[in-house]
Design a protein around this ligand. Structure first.
Ligand code: GAL
Length: 417
């Protein structure tokens, strides 16, 4: 070995050591708590599939899959609020894109923006501009969306429809005709579940009754809640409630969907996580179950998006950033969404991995009028949403349309409209 080559070897060795060390430092490890409400059939499996992609990419991070049962996050959100208030945020938590996140933890300065992840990953061009807009506040993006769900879907048991010579109802009037036939045949026409699923049904009836432009106007002050069109929508909703299972208040959303599988009910109006549930129970789209836009709402896509955020002072921030990177990636989304029953928010998703229903949802999302979901955090600030939930709960008990409409008008006024 010549004297001159010795320093070179030392330099090269040092450089290699530095590269290795840098590599090690960049690889996050430790624990990561992922908080969500995905416990039912379809949604739990979808999350597991995305966590598997994550663990393959980050084998040194131990994931704590923290779930709080309760559809639409009704219980999880309360637990989360207590934790956030107590300065004990999970690493990352599920939250609906839009008002649900912005009006709670963003304005309270409890989140860190994730704009830098969008920039680092080159996502600004591969997410729909409208969605980025919904995720944005004060010039920053605040969460990473994993999917797009559709709320206004009517699911039906194909065998029951065939046996009764029925086709899925397109208008609200049609729905009543179909429902009467089913009732005469001894089948519950419409499967319904606990309170939040009634609110979910309500928003689809509003949309199907007054149309997308007026529906959008309800949330920005352009549609007056006191009009006779809204009264008619409330009458429609009232009549629809005559065709549901009596024990609805006691059933979770998936137990209600299960009634359609069992054949005790023929239809269910629910978001397309119900598709994930049907498939998790072994049903195949267009074989055992069919779908249509909820009555009167063809041409509208009542949209919502599940997303994950980066709380300020999140434990193990590097692991959270790694998780968010997988959440937004094509690979993460293509593992999650085909099982979850949603379409990827990342437009680079591979269409061929999605079944017939989900491909139809992709087409509809591209061509329909997109309207925001009330029950799933997109349309209204949480306080307004809660006032509407309270009004619906009272209405279930007294079925008084005039009182219901008054309460909705007051709720809008309270919200500043
Ligand atoms: C929605 C959520 C869906 C699904 C559903 C039932 O709010 O966006 O992902 O989880 O609740 O739990």
């Amino acid at each position: 070995m010549s004297k001159r080559s010795l320093p070179n070897i030392i330099v090269v060795t040092l450089m290699l050591a530095m590269i290795l060390l840098a590599g090690c430092a960049a690889e996050p490890s430790g624990e990561l708590e992922v908080f969500s409400w995905w416990t039912a059939g379809g949604e739990a499996e979808g999350l597991a599939a995305m966590l598997e992609v994550f663990s393959e990419q980050y084998p040194d991070i131990e994931v704590i899959n923290a779930t709080v049962a309760g559809g639409a996050g009704v219980d999880a959100r309360a637990v989360l609020a207590t934790r956030m208030q107590g300065g004990d945020p999970p690493g990352s938590f599920q939250v609906h894109a839009g008002r649900e996140l912005i009006d709670t933890y963003v304005v309270a300065d409890q989140m860190e923006p994730v704009t830098f992840i969008f920039e680092d990953e080159g996502w600004t061009d591969v997410y729909p501009a409208d969605l980025i807009e919904i995720l944005s506040y004060d010039g920053e993006i605040w969460s990473v969306p994993v999917n797009i769900h559709r709320a206004n879907v009517l699911w039906y048991n194909k065998a029951i429809f065939a046996d009764n010579g029925l086709t899925p109802p397109t208008s609200i009037g049609d729905f009543f005709t179909v429902a009467e036939t089913l009732e005469a045949a001894g089948v519950t026409p419409l499967a319904l579940g606990e309170s939040w699923t009634v609110v979910h049904l309500f928003e689809t009836v509003l949309l199907g009754s007054i149309g997308p432009d007026a529906y959008i106007g309800l949330w920005n002050g352009e549609t007056d809640w006191s009009t006779t069109e809204v009264t008619q929508a409330l009458e429609n909703f009232n009549t629809m409630l005559n065709f549901v299972n009596e024990d609805f208040a006691a059933l979770s959303w998936d137990q209600a969907t299960q009634l359609v599988i069992d054949g005790t009910a023929a239809m269910n109006i629910m978001g397309d996580w119900a598709e994930g549930y049907f498939k998790a129970q072994g049903w195949t789209p267009d074989v055992e179950f069919g779908w249509a836009a909820s009555p009167g709402s063809a041409g509208s896509f009542d949209a919502l998006s599940d997303s994950f955020g980066l709380p300020k002072d999140a434990p193990n921030r590097d692991a959270v950033v790694a998780w968010l990177t997988v959440c937004g990636s094509k690979e993460g989304q293509d593992a999650f969404n085909p099982i979850k029953g949603s379409i990827p928010a990342n437009t680079e998703g591979d269409r061929s991995l999605y079944d017939a229903y989900l491909q139809s949802a992709m087409d509809d999302f591209a061509s329909d009028t997109i309207v925001p979901s009330l029950m799933h955090g997109a349309a209204a600030a949480p306080s307004w949403q809660q006032d509407i939930i309270d009004a619906v709960n009272l209405f279930i008990a007294d079925r008084d349309v005039a009182t219901f409409q008054d309460a909705l008008v007051s709720a809008a006024a309270e919200a500043g409209f």
